[in-house]
Design a protein around this ligand. Structure first.
Ligand code: DC
Length: 220
């Protein structure tokens, strides 16, 4: 049987995890699993059904009848492509709040573990190395300073014709980091055995190069 290789990439929002994870998965010929997209898909369902996630019975009823999966690398909600609807500010806000709820995490973590058990994957998120795939062959914690992440985000928005105040974006990022790192269940944290890469002053090819070296070293 071919050896499974699980690459777990964690880090704060905007550090470049999904860009790097996608590139590496393609290069390695294995699947990329964007766990943030799964939390976003659940958030979309909560919004569409008008469910109050703080009501345990209502939440339970929705979770029991909700199917989140991937098809051709794209997240599917109840069998329908969801990618086009999950990157709005409304869904981001709902995903941030509802991903702190234990029942939501239990459902998605079980699915993510099952995905990482049967095949080689690159999986990115907040709790992959510390919780979902604790036994991953390779763990990477990808970081970047709040200022640099804010500048990158502001550039993306400006390119879309949506100029913004970098200081306000930075403040928003700091608040999101705080929430992700201080929630009760599976907070964002570096696993003890993760390699830390700070992407603040590296280009995308440079980060990929460093990550490739880490993966080679750990999976040799
Ligand atoms: O990475 P992202 O911005 O797409 O993630 C969406 C939300 O889901 C974000 O608020 C953090 C949360 N999340 C999480 O709690 N655990 C994960 N493994 C991935 C994402």
């Amino acid at each position: 049987m071919e050896k499974l290789i699980r690459v777990a990439i964690d880090g704060p929002a905007g550090a470049g995890k999904s860009t790097m994870a996608k590139l590496l998965a393609k290069e390695m010929g294995i699947e990329y699993i964007d766990t943030g997209a799964m939390y976003r898909a659940i958030a979309l369902k909560l919004i569409r059904t008008g469910t109050d996630y703080s009501d345990p019975e209502a939440l339970d009823a929705v979770l029991k009848t909700t199917d989140v999966d991937f098809s051709d690398g794209k997240v599917m909600l109840d069998g329908e492509p969801a990618e086009a609807y999950i990157r709005t500010p409304e869904v981001s806000e709902m995903a941030s709040a509802s991903s702190a709820v234990l029942a939501v995490r239990e459902k998605l973590v079980a699915l993510q573990r099952a995905m990482g058990q049967r095949k080689s994957v690159v999986m990115d998120g907040r709790d992959i190395g510390t919780n979902v795939l604790k036994d991953a062959e390779c763990k990477i914690y990808l970081d970047a300073s709040p200022r640099v992440r804010a500048e990158r985000r502001a550039k993306e928005l400006a390119a879309k014709g949506l100029p913004c105040d970098v200081d306000a974006v930075e403040e928003d990022i700091r608040q999101r980091d705080y929430r992700d790192m201080h929630r009760e269940h599976n907070p964002l944290a570096k696993a003890d055995d993760a390699a830390v890469i700070d992407s603040s002053y590296l280009t995308i090819p440079q980060v990929v190069e460093v990550m490739r070296a880490v993966i080679e070293e750990k999976t040799r």
